[in-house]
Design a protein. Structure first.
Length: 341
């Protein structure tokens, strides 16, 4: 222990051999503390009390969070209070829910993504009403936040996140799009066909990194079609070997006729992988606004600045089409946290 200098067995410290290897690598800048020192740092107690007085079988344990009985073999142990809890009452490295609440009284538990329950909370860094937004130091005045970030905050607050199986099909007053990194269209085609009932809930499907040139496939790309959609609009990868890149778009047959679909070569780009790949398709409609859909991809091995410069140029061109509905989606492989966003 880095505080009391005591030596403990791995088993007594509830550490696995993998944990020991990790500690050996990072101990110099992330010292480890034993349970006794940890309890002295946090306002918790490890004493367990059986208030009911009922003796349970060895295979049954009462969760101290929800007070319900569960299988002891499937229980988790909070690293702070050392009590048994259900996996659904556990918040990963933050401990159990009561311990987390005592440690971070200003936070909302449901904002943390737990694999055992559905999380529908939205993190909005632009909203001053969100408790999470107050973590860390603030150098921007409140008036500037309300004036410049008000629009962005409104958009994020209006977002709704739902489970895929609860998603309903589109109607004439809605336009639903789907975007994903498919990592090889030809290899995952059968998987897409198996999920055709889900895909038919959307008007358009945009896949990036298809990793194939249809002309080089043994079936010449004739088997890449999906039921209920027009033949795919495929843009070859910028690399000549057909790997790492490529864009494809499917448009639902009920949305429009094939003659109403126009590939905007003047806005698309796939000549240089260093600048990213852009595929722009326009859907022409008679009594409603036309729709411009931009599907893009940037390889993580390329220069981020070059991609952003090309994206800015595309946005300037799209400004001429501001009377149309414009949708941008894709995979930029950019970690926004590294840019202070």
């Amino acid at each position: 222990c880095s505080l009391c200098d005591k030596v403990v067995h791995l088993k007594c410290a509830k550490l696995t051999p993998t944990d020991q290897q990790a500690l050996n690598k990072c101990f110099t800048y992330n010292p480890w503390t034993c349970w006794g020192c940890t309890r002295s740092l946090f306002p918790f107690t490890s004493e367990s009390q059986n208030l009911s007085g009922i003796q349970r079988p060895a295979s049954e344990t009462t969760c101290h969070v929800c007070n319900k009985i569960g299988n002891s073999n499937k229980m988790e142990v909070c690293w702070i209070c050392e009590r048994s809890i259900h996996p659904r009452c556990f918040i990963a490295t933050l401990g159990c829910r009561p311990c987390h609440k005592n440690t971070f009284p200003g936070n909302i538990l449901d904002t943390y993504n737990s694999p055992h329950r559905y999380n529908n909370a939205t993190f909005n860094p632009y909203s001053t009403d969100s408790p999470i937004a107050y973590v860390g130091e603030h150098e921007i005045e409140g008036d500037i936040i309300s004036n410049h970030w008000g629009v962005a905050a409104g958009v994020l607050n209006s977002c709704q996140y739902i489970l895929s199986h609860k998603l309903k099909g589109t109607d004439q007053h809605q336009f639903q799009v789907y975007s994903a990194n498919i990592r090889s269209l030809s290899r995952n085609l059968e998987k897409n066909r198996d999920g055709i009932d889900f895909f038919q809930k959307f008007d358009t499907l945009s896949f990036n990194e298809n990793n194939c040139i249809p002309a080089n496939l043994h079936f010449r790309g004739s088997k890449l079609e999906l039921e209920g959609f027009h033949p795919p609009l495929i843009q070859n990868p910028a690399r000549r070997n057909g790997k790492v890149g490529g864009l494809v778009m499917y448009i639902r047959e009920k949305l429009c006729e094939a003659t109403s679909i126009r590939i905007r070569n003047d806005l698309s780009e796939n000549s240089d992988p260093a600048h990213g790949e852009f595929q722009v398709v326009e859907i022409q409609r008679e009594q409603e606004k036309n729709i411009l859909i931009c599907n893009y991809y940037r390889s993580p091995s390329t220069n981020t600045s070059l991609f952003i410069h090309k994206l800015e140029g595309l946005l300037v061109k799209l400004n001429r089409h501001k009377k149309k509905i414009i949708l941008l989606m894709g995979d930029s492989n950019i970690n926004l946290l590294e840019y202070g966003i």
